[in-house]
Design a protein around this ligand. Structure first.
Ligand code: COI
Length: 364
């Protein structure tokens, strides 16, 4: 079955190139939005005609079930300006597939991957003037789906709205690529076995905010989550996956927590495991306790730590704090392996390094 084309209703109030350029001089993250968005409604068991239309408010019934029971999922991926002036997205199918796994967990309908791709391509195409040109900057695409049934009974909604918006983005963290300080949370957990930790659902992020606030109260930038059962295994940092770099006989070994069902399976995480291999680094997916983290830094075996995600790409971790102890990694500085991985990934995304795995999708 072929997916329907997306109808295009261009904005009559789109910003001029000069107005856009001015805004995009320092895009930051998540505060600027392009002129258009995509909407596709789901009803009577089917996806309806999709539309690209002017970016603007959504109309929802106050009884819409997303507002009460939180059936809401989202994704994030990026479009990059290429050296030849074309625009490419990084692994959009991987995000489309994860979107559908999140949808399944939240009892929501799947959106055909082809339709997700068409929606993204149509939006990027009409708003291509919003794709930043500088290295490290991109157009961040934010697809999401919400339950729209006007009904207060607790059951999966029968109607949904898929929306995709786009936002020119620079560095996620205002300080740029500088090591962050993290707080290991012993009071709160992000995800329990059988819960929604693997899904990119809004509720996971809502439930993280108090722990993040506690981290900030402790003078830290980000929270690090431990597993819900033993309260000892490292899971994630905020909404990002973590990597640990070991030095084994002079060679870097890249270690990341294994996907146990409570971690978000990051597209950047998966890509970095491959990039590490391409750079000749050994990599391992393991279960690592907070105690081991501390011991391995103290012994000098662990030399660098970083977090990764679509939004921030790679962020070094320089200091770790928890109740009763704290330690510093790599003198609180950016490490060479972290930066080599970051350069390699950004090179593929910006088209300055060969895309040997076919990760880039040409949009226009
Ligand atoms: C990402 O790292 O891309 C994330 O998921 C963070 C996002 C929620 C801003």
């Amino acid at each position: 079955m072929s997916t329907p084309d997306i109808l295009i209703q261009p904005s009559t109030t789109a910003l001029s190139a000069a107005e856009r350029e001015k805004l995009m001089a320092s895009p930051g993250f998540g505060k600027l939005f392009t002129d258009h968005m995509v909407t596709i409604a789901y009803k009577d068991g089917a996806w309806q005609q999709g539309q690209v239309k002017p970016y603007g408010p959504l109309t929802l019934a106050p009884s819409a079930s997303v507002l009460h029971y939180g059936q809401a999922i989202f994704e994030g991926f990026k479009a990059f300006m290429q050296p030849d002036g074309s625009i490419g997205t990084f692994r959009p199918e991987a995000n489309a597939e994860r979107f559908n796994r999140s949808a399944a967990r939240l009892a929501m309908p799947a959106l055909p991957v082809e339709l997700f791709m068409k929606a993204a391509d149509a939006l990027i195409n009409i708003d291509k003037g919003w794709v930043p040109k500088n290295v490290g900057e991109s157009l961040y695409l934010r697809p999401f789906m919400i339950a729209t049934d006007a009904f207060l009974g607790v059951r999966p909604s029968k109607e949904y709205l898929f929306v995709m918006i786009a936002s020119p983005a620079g560095a996620y963290f205002p300080q740029g690529v500088k090591p962050v300080t993290v707080w290991i949370s012993e009071d709160y957990v992000r995800a329990a076995p059988g819960g929604t930790g693997e899904a990119k659902c809004a509720g996971n992020y809502a439930a993280s905010l108090l722990a993040q606030a506690q981290a900030q109260d402790e003078g830290c930038d980000q929270v690090v989550w431990l597993d819900a059962v033993q309260r000892s295994y490292i899971e994630e940092m905020g909404g990002m996956n973590l990597f640990f770099v070991y030095n084994e006989n002079g060679k870097p070994v890249i270690v990341t927590p294994e996907l146990t069902g409570t971690l978000l399976p990051g597209v950047t995480r998966r890509s970095l495991l491959q990039v590490a291999k391409d750079l000749g680094y050994e990599s391992r997916e393991v279960k690592l306790t907070a105690q081991q983290w501390r011991d391995d830094v103290a012994s000098g075996r662990m030399t660098e730590v970083f977090a990764c995600g679509t939004a921030a790409v790679i962020t070094p971790v320089g200091h770790v704090k928890a109740k009763g102890y704290n330690f510093t990694i790599n003198n609180g500085e950016n490490g060479p392996v972290t930066m080599a991985l970051r350069d390699a990934l950004l090179g593929i995304q910006h088209g300055t390094k060969p895309d040997t795995h076919g990760w880039m999708h040409k949009v226009c």
